[in-house]
Design a protein around this ligand. Structure first.
Ligand SMILES: [Zn+2]
Ligand SMILES: [Zn+2]
Length: 284
C-alpha cells in the first residue's frame, strides 16, 4: 500500500513537525525545513537535529520528504541561478543531517527566455548540485507542474530529457502532483484516463522513479494551467482517481502527501477520506 501523510508545519521548531504528523496519524509526511520564501533559514542547533531524529525513530515514520524553497529556479540566470544551486546544496545537507530521504523541488522556469536554453541550465545546475552532494544520500524529486508562468515540468518529455541529460542519476526522481498534472491536461478522472496517465509515467520515467505523490483536488478545470488546491473530491478532479491511486499496489510504500487547504475539513478530514478510499478499494 502507498503511505498516506500530510504536509505539516514546522512552526516552533523542526521536532514539532514530527509531533504534528504523529497527531494526524501520518505514515509519512512532508515539511519545509525553513521558510520557503527565503533562500535558507537559521541552521538548527545540534540539539534540535538530535530531537528531530529521536522523535522520528519513536514515531515509526520512515519516509520523510522536504519541500525546497519556492525561490529556487535551477533554470534561472545570473545571481538567481547561483543562489538556487547554493540553496539546494544547503537543503540537501540539512535533509541528510535530519534523516530526511528526499527533497522535492520545482524544476524552475524559463520566464520569457528560450525554452531550450533554460532546460540546458536546469540540467547543468542539477549536475552541479548532485556532484557537490555526492556523499549525501538524499533524493532530488522534480515536481510535475501545471505550466503556469513558463514553469518547466508540465510536460513529461521535458523532465525525461533532464533525467536523460544526467544519465539517470540514481538520486533523481519525480514527485507526481495530481492537481498539477490535471491542470496541465492529463484527464485522470476515469479508470481509463488514470491507467493512461500512469502508463505515461512508466514510459517516460519508470514507476520506480516516482519518489512521492502530492494529492489535492483542483479548483481549476482540465488543461486550464490553473493550480488551485482543493479538498479531495471537492474540485474538478473528483474522488475516482484518488481511490485508484491510494490502492494502487504499484506504489507500495511510496509517500502520498496531501496538500489540501487547511480550512474546512482540514488535514484530518482529507486523510480520513483517503484512508476510507484505500480500505474500500481493497475490500472490493
Ligand atoms: Zn511543490
Ligand atoms: Zn500546487
Amino acid at each position: 500500500m502507498p503511505l498516506l501523510g500530510a504536509h505539516v508545519s514546522s512552526a516552533g521548531g523542526l521536532p514539532r513537525a514530527v509531533e504534528r504528523a504523529v497527531a494526524l496519524g501520518c505514515e509519512t509526511f512532508q515539511l519545509f525545513t525553513h521558510n520557503p520564501l527565503q533562500w535558507r533559514g537559521a541552521s538548527p542547533t545540534p540539539a534540535a537535529v538530535d530531537e528531530f531524529r529521536r522523535a522520528l525513530i519513536e514515531s515509526g515514520i520512515k519516509r520523510v520528504t522536504a519541500h525546497a524553497s519556492y525561490l529556487i529556479n535551477l533554470a534561472g540566470e545570473g545571481s538567481v541561478l547561483n543562489k538556487s544551486v547554493d540553496a539546494m546544496i544547503y537543503d540537501i545537507e540539512l535533509c541528510f543531517q535530519l534523516g530526511i530521504d528526499s527533497l522535492v523541488v520545482h524544476p524552475g522556469s524559463s520566464k520569457n527566455g528560450p525554452r531550450d536554453e533554460a532546460l540546458t541550465r536546469l540540467a547543468a545546475s542539477l549536475d552541479s548540485v548532485l556532484e557537490r552532494t555526492r556523499d549525501k544520500n538524499v533524493s532530488i524529486l522534480l515536481e510535475t507542474m501545471s505550466g503556469q508562468g513558463g514553469a518547466i515540468g508540465a510536460v513529461n518529455e521535458e523532465l525525461e530529457g533532464i533525467l536523460d541529460a544526467l544519465a539517470w542519476d540514481g538520486r533523481l526522481g519525480i514527485c507526481a502532483d495530481i492537481c498539477h498534472v490535471f491542470g496541465a491536461g492529463a484527464d485522470v478522472r476515469t479508470k481509463g484516463g488514470y491507467a493512461r496517465f500512469v502508463a505515461a509515467l512508466d514510459k517516460h520515467f519508470g514507476l520506480d522513479r516516482i519518489g512521492c505523490w502530492h494529492l489535492s483536488d483542483n479548483k481549476g478545470t482540465l488543461g486550464s494551467g490553473v493550480d488551485r488546491h482543493q479538498h479531495i473530491g471537492e474540485g474538478e478532479i473528483g474522488l475516482t482517481p484518488f481511490g485508484m491511486l491510494v490502492s494502487d499496489d504499484r506504489f507500495v510504500n511510496t509517500p502520498m502527501i496531501i496538500e489540501t487547504p487547511k480550512d474546512g475539513i482540514g488535514d484530518e478530514g482529507n486523510l480520513a477520506i483517503l484512508r476510507k478510499l484505500r480500505g474500500s478499494e481493497k475490500n472490493q
